[in-house]
Design a protein around this ligand. Structure first.
Ligand code: B3K
Ligand code: ZN
Length: 875
């Protein structure tokens, strides 16, 4: 397979005036008839270019040009396209194809799940439905007629507004939909089946009443209320914060259990993985509730950032994804706790995106090339892309940012545009030059910002010398300096904020300043500083960088207790724990005795006993960094040493703070009787369950009983799952697991949790357990959620389990990747990424991982998806 390059972009040779689609859905074969009204694009460089329509796995029945059947010598068909030569300025093409959705396991294009029909077209799934100009810069109006058996498929949905329906013949009925908005094919959707609907409505600020409909399988109807509330909150928030209103008569959400991703923003008809719709206290955790709210918001926000203004080409994917993630992050911050949300997002960014940026798959927010676009729905495009949008917000302020957004919509509504267009709108609306800033789009890798401080008592100055570097990434050996906003404050000896004034400034300018680092190194001098301050750096995580500053442990403990920026209070605890863990890992490798530093215990005790603090923040302080994150902090990965060190720290903290954990558990144990999805209650449950985890690691009967009681009595999944997690590796775990499975065997989403917990098992035989679980009746290899819950969790998150010294984890992954690649290349490719760290492994494991990768690479018939991951890993 050949890479596709950004620099090869050419405008489409033809444009579409409209498209009319008719689907005759059937059990054995579905007929798709399409009528395309086209004309030549005057901007295309070649005036008589062929019309090349994309199409894949289609059976062509007939082609009509301007009403006349075309003889087969006037067009060419191959596995990827239908080419028509010699067209004039305009044409009407009628194309009929047949497809077999019931055999489609890739879950791209039209497919079946539990007897119902669904589509997924982003990025290039529409070409599996009919021959088309399947690229986002071809936008047109769609009309869709669906014909199907009335009793099997009573519900027939597509984009836009329902304009007609009726009986087609004795058994079949039809429904016709018209979407008044121009859209690219990737936003097309169709759903047909037996589904129940939860209805509600929302009145927009201009007074239009929008019908809200959530479609699910009948047994799930009672689990949709939280999703519906989330829709209404999202619509209101987008009006309040962005001035954006919904634009169709109805907004539909459909939940499907077989889905590759989280959800899809098809115009007016969003299709969701059930995981992000269904929630009830007994079955969904607090994290699940937050996930539903965030993904509903995300897809809803795409209606403007993605659909009304879309991407010119797939290299610009972050134009819609980074922006929409930033929007959903801010929405969640407003709905829940801003500090907690920011910490959660930074943890994801560091654990997943920094890892990607350091891997063979590293790519810029706007990639220069790809082999398979589906491989680029990554944490870099999404999460780092969101950080880039956040930096515009930080540099321009809330008002300036909003001016930029308004100009962006004024200029580009109804268009397919680029990241440069977005930057231009932001810059032009504010008279701000984003030229250098745009390197965030083109240069991959995580910059390292080094800060050196110097206090001068005689002159009462405090000097920060700040420098930046960025490690090489594939194809980019050298980097130019980034434009980096660095928010910071200074604390005096009592922990109070010092008002700040830079040399040359006429007056004091607040206590948090945003410095702009644009050179490789720069000096900033604060004046009027009378005593040695403690710097609080990168407040709110103002840029996606690694910060290098030599804080002492005393300073970190001080910041944990006093920083006015909640993010930085947590960050100080994180830095302290990370340092201790790195020392423990080194000691474990050298087989030295491990010991717990007193400063850490004292600082953590103070945090735990601080009853004025937000319990959610304390819970996050006590959540140890993931093994995979630690693996990214060392030069050579020794998985067992990482596990030993991390487990040692967990138990040692539990021993040192035994009575404090016990006290805190008791303090919050009865605090949330009836379940409420509210930030205060979520915080209490989080801290209580963190304490339970530490206490059970002591292996004392009283604490195990505590977990068992919680497991039996819990009235919500957050508490139930936390108790099960605390028990799972203990002798009592087997009974708890069996009870859980017995109770939830018919609830696929709950069973995913059961698989995930076991995939994370830290005992030596984890791989055998995973293999055995593949035989469990609730596991299905064709269901992505199941593969992610069991196989992907084991391979990408169970560090020491997957990276077993004997290489059995690698052989297992390779075997599963090959099986999955035949069924669903996107899912297979996700599993293949488990190898992304292989070059940093200690030599024995590195050799074994390489062997597994080379064996995979030797298969000639790999999908483009898996081929790209494997070949980049071996490059
Ligand atoms: N835009 C979709 C992702 C489509 C996945 C394509 N393989 C979900 C989202 O970001 O909202
Ligand atoms: Zn998105």
């Amino acid at each position: 397979p050949q890479p596709i390059l950004l620099r090869d972009y050419v405008v489409p040779a033809f444009l579409l005036d409209r498209v009319d689609l008719t689907f005759e859905l059937d059990e054995t074969s579905t007929r798709v008839s399409s009528r395309l009204v086209l004309h030549r694009n005057p901007d295309h460089p070649v005036s008589d270019a062929d019309l090349v329509l994309d199409g894949h796995e289609l059976m062509l029945e007939s082609v009509l040009l301007d009403g006349e059947p075309m003889s087969t010598d006037r067009y060419d068909v191959d596995d990827e396209s239908l080419t028509i030569k010699g067209l004039g300025e305009s044409a009407i093409l009628e194309i009929t194809t047949r497809i077999e959705p019931q055999k489609n396991t890739s879950l791209m294009g039209l497919y079946k799940s539990n007897g119902n029909f669904f589509t997924q077209c982003e990025a290039e799934g529409f070409r599996k439905i009919t021959y088309y100009l399947d690229r986002p810069d071809v936008m047109t109006r769609f009309t869709t007629t669906i014909i199907a058996d009335r009793s099997k498929y009573p519900v027939l949905l597509s984009n836009g507004n329902r304009v007609g329906e009726g009986q087609y013949d004795r058994n079949r009925h039809w429904v016709k939909w018209v979407d008044p908005f121009k859209k690219p094919s990737y936003l097309f959707a169709l759903v047909a089946g037996k589904l129940s609907c939860l209805q509600d409505s929302f009145t927009t600020r201009s007074g239009r009443k929008v019908a809200l409909e959530i479609y699910v399988e009948p047994q799930d109807l009672e689990k949709c209320h939280h999703a519906m509330e989330s829709v209404k909150r999202s619509m209101k928030w987008d009006e309040d914060v962005y001035g954006l209103e919904y634009d169709l008569d109805s907004y539909m959400i459909v939940a499907v259990s077989d889905f590759n991703m989280g959800a899809m923003e098809n115009k007016g008809l969003n299709i969701f993985n059930t995981k992000y719709v269904l929630a009830r206290p007994e079955t969904a955790t607090d994290a699940d509730y937050m996930g539903v709210e965030a993904v509903i918001a995300h897809e809803y926000f795409h209606n403007w950032t993605g659909n009304r203004v879309t991407c010119r080409d797939w290299f610009q994917l972050s134009l819609k994804e980074g922006l929409t993630v930033f929007r959903d992050q801010e929405f969640t911050a407003d709905m829940t706790s801003r500090a907690v949300k920011r910490i959660d997002d930074v943890r994801t960014l560091r654990t997943a995106q920094f890892a990607e940026d350091a891997s063979p798959m590293a790519h810029p927010v706007r990639p220069d090339s790809y082999i398979e676009i589906n491989n680029f729905y990554t944490v870099t495009i999404y999460e780092k892309g969101a950080e880039v949008v956040r930096m515009y917000h930080t540099l321009l302020g809330a008002e300036g940012y909003r001016k930029g957004i308004d100009l962006y919509f004024k200029r580009h509504d109804g268009q397919a545009v680029t990241c440069d267009d977005f930057a231009a709108a932001m810059g032009d609306a504010n008279g701000f030059d984003f030229t250098q800033f745009k390197r965030w789009y083109s240069q991959a890798g995580t910059p390292v910002v080094k800060v050196v401080s110097q206090f001068d008592a005689a002159n009462q100055t405090y000097t920060l010398d700040i420098s930046q570097t960025c490690p090489p990434t594939p194809g980019q050996p050298e980097k130019l300096p980034f434009h980096i906003p660095i928010a910071l404050g200074l604390l005096d000896a009592a922990g109070a904020e010092i008002p700040l004034q830079l040399a040359g400034e006429a007056s004091l300018q607040g206590t948090t300043r945003v410095l702009q680092l644009t050179e490789a190194s720069q000096r900033f001098v604060f004046t009027g500083i009378s005593a040695q301050p403690t710097p609080s750096l990168l407040r709110g995580f103002s840029a996606p960088v690694k910060l290098d500053y030599p804080w002492t442990r005393q300073e970190l403990a001080f910041l944990m207790a006093h920083d006015s920026d909640s993010f930085c209070r947590w960050e100080a605890s994180h830095t302290l724990i990370r340092e201790v863990l790195l020392e423990l890992i080194a000691a474990a490798r050298a087989s030295e005795t491990l010991s717990l530093p007193g400063e850490l215990v004292d600082a953590m005790r103070r945090a735990l006993l601080d009853e004025a603090a937000d319990p959610a923040l304390i819970a996050l302080m006590f959540t140890l960094p993931a093994e995979t994150y630690l693996a990214d902090q060392v030069d050579e990965i020794h998985p067992d040493a990482i596990r030993t060190a991390r487990e040692y720290l967990r138990v040692a903290l539990a021993k040192a703070l035994r009575s404090e954990f016990k006290h805190t558990y008791a303090r919050f144990c009865g605090a949330t009787q009836a379940y409420r999805y509210a930030a205060v209650d979520i915080a209490k449950r989080a801290l209580k369950n963190v304490c339970l985890g530490y206490l059970t690691s002591l292996d004392e009967p009283a604490f195990i009983e505590l977990a068992q009681t919680q497991f039996q009595q819990a009235n919500n999944m957050t508490d139930s799952q936390a108790a099960l997690a605390a028990l799972v590796e203990l002798p009592q775990g087997a009974t708890a697991l069996a009870d859980f499975a017995n109770r939830w065997q018919d609830d696929p989403l709950v069973m995913n949790k059961w698989f995930t917990l076991q995939a994370m098992d830290k005992r030596a035989d984890a791989l055998d357990r995973v293999r055995a679980l593949q035989q469990h009746p609730a596991f299905q290899i064709t269901n992505p959620n199941k593969v992610y819950a069991l196989l992907a969790t084991f391979c990408s998150s169970n560090l020491a389990g997957f990276h077993r010294a004997d290489g059995a984890g690698y052989a297992f992954a390779a075997e599963q990747i090959l099986v999955l690649d035949k069924l669903n290349p996107q899912v297979a490719s996700r599993l293949a990424r488990s190898f992304n760290r292989w070059k940093k492994l200690e030599p024995t494991r590195r050799a074994q991982a390489k062997t597994a990768l080379e064996k995979l690479a030797a298969h000639a018939d790999l999908s483009r998806d898996v081929f790209e991951i494997i070949s980049k890993n071996l490059a």
